[in-house]
Design a protein around this ligand. Structure first.
Ligand code: 3MF
Ligand code: MG
Length: 430
């Protein structure tokens, strides 16, 4: 037991009127919504990197957080694991997610880094056993170290591709060993800064080969979880190859992977791509590649990836509406890929940020379930397309349609899309 969270009690559900900061007002994990508890609907995960590894820097200044485990040695990594699991328990968070680089200091060689990862994986395994906390997904950090500055799979140097492939193998092994339910590939620096030095066609082919090899390896070791790509349009590189859900789908089709790989959709990345979160979720589910979400918003004015905790129940409700409409999560869940503001120094800030976010998500999910149950949006949508139910027009050729239209004096009348009425409908539930 560390004393890091000594002033933070375990968070329990106390109902919407509780004045206690350290309480859930809307997230009652055991509350049934339809045939599942809120805990099983939402499948919350804490992101190890932002909560325990990020020092609080921004482009104008470095570390603001002083954490006793920021020592860059294995003693620090072990203390970090202790604190992380203490936080999971305070929150009652059922899952966590991590990159290799979040949990162990970099070794002098690949082999040393991997040994260190194995040591921490063993520690995680016993803590998971003791607490019941599970791994939503594992992943490899293929973007922070300088070796990856020009990309990992898409690097102009095949030795970097090799280093990245070996790293993904070791992280998939760790994810399998911990019973992880997904494995995520975010294309950290898979993109380019300038076409002047870039062979775009070759780099895309490298990324395709890399993903095919990752899928092969997953099957070889019997990993039953989903492989998820996380789209993002830019930042860190100017042009990221995994721009958005539609782009990723085209890429998966090109490499024959559309039945093998799904997407982890982040709200902030959707915003950066000029989409709403619910658009990206709805598109992924329409294409059959919806997997999981990173539930963290961006600042709407700055245009940066600010990774903030969700605070808007209406926005969240529209996202969960699309998820519930698609049948809910299977292997996926709600990962808070969110960080504190750099002035939020207190250990309690970490707890309260997550507790508040869990409450916002619970409100959103309950509103979404109530809307789906009420059926108002689905009825309006069905009515809008009702003409198609009895129409064979899309299977007919243009000449026969032309003959019919020109001969019949057809004068179609436009009908209202009723957007404001539907927006008012949403307000009844949120
Ligand atoms: C960057 C992200 C990433 C991914 C993570 C998964 C560092 O904008 O969202 O967080 O979620 O790397 O591999
Ligand atoms: Mg993310």
């Amino acid at each position: 037991m560390t004393d890091f969270f000594k002033d933070c009690p375990r968070i329990a559900y106390e109902g919407p009127d509780s004045p206690n900061d350290f309480a859930f007002r809307h997230y009652n994990p055991d509350e049934m919504v339809g045939d599942k508890s809120l805990k099983d609907h939402l499948r919350f995960a804490v992101a190890y990197w932002h909560s325990f590894a990020w020092p609080g820097g921004d482009p104008f200044g470095g570390q603001t957080f002083e954490r006793p485990w920021f020592t860059d040695d294995m003693a620090g990594a072990r203390m970090k694991a202790d604190v992380a699991f203490e936080m999971f328990e305070i929150l009652g968070a059922p899952y966590f997610c991590f990159h290799d680089a979040d949990v162990r200091p970099e070794g002098a060689t690949f082999a040393e880094s991997e040994d260190r990862l194995k040591e921490i994986t063993d520690i995680f395994a016993s803590k998971m056993e003791a607490t019941g906390v599970k791994l939503l997904w594992g992943t490899a950090n293929l973007f922070s170290h300088r070796r990856f500055m020009s990309g990992a799979a898409t690097n102009p140097d095949p030795e970097i591709y090799a280093y990245a492939a070996a790293t993904v193998k070791s992280c998939m092994d760790a994810t399998l060993a911990l019973g992880g339910e997904n494995y995520v590939l975010w294309g950290g620096r898979e993109g380019y800064e300038t076409l002047l030095n870039t062979d775009l066609k070759r780099e895309r082919a490298q990324a395709g080969a890399f993903l095919q090899r990752a899928v092969e390896y997953k099957h070889k070791i019997g990993f039953k979880g989903a492989i998820l790509i996380e789209p993002k349009p830019q930042e860190p590189t100017k042009h990221q190859y995994d721009y958005d859900v539609a782009t990723v789908y085209g890429f998966l089709k090109e490499y024959g992977l559309e039945d093998e790989v799904q997407v982890n959709i982040e709200q902030g990345h959707a915003i950066l791509a000029g989409h709403s979160f619910e658009h990206e979720i709805a598109l992924a589910s329409a294409l059959g590649i919806f997997g999981s979400i990173d539930m963290n918003r961006n600042d709407y004015q700055s245009g940066w990836d600010t990774d903030q905790f969700p605070d808007n129940p209406r926005e969240v409700a529209l996202a969960y509406y699309e998820i519930l409409r698609a049948g809910g999560f299977t292997t996926g869940g709600t990962n808070f890929d969110a960080k504190l503001r750099r002035q939020s120094l207190d250990p309690a800030d970490l707890i309260l940020a997550h507790a508040g976010a869990m409450d916002v998500c619970a409100r959103g999910l309950k509103a979404a379930a109530a809307m789906l149950d009420d059926g108002g949006l689905e009825a309006a949508r069905q009515a809008r397309y009702a003409g198609w139910d009895a129409s064979d027009i899309a299977s007919r050729d243009f000449e026969s349609i032309h003959a019919q239209v020109s001969g019949s004096g057809l004068q179609p009348e436009p009908k209202s899309g009723r957007q404001e009425r539907l927006e008012n409908y949403i307000s009844r539930f949120v």
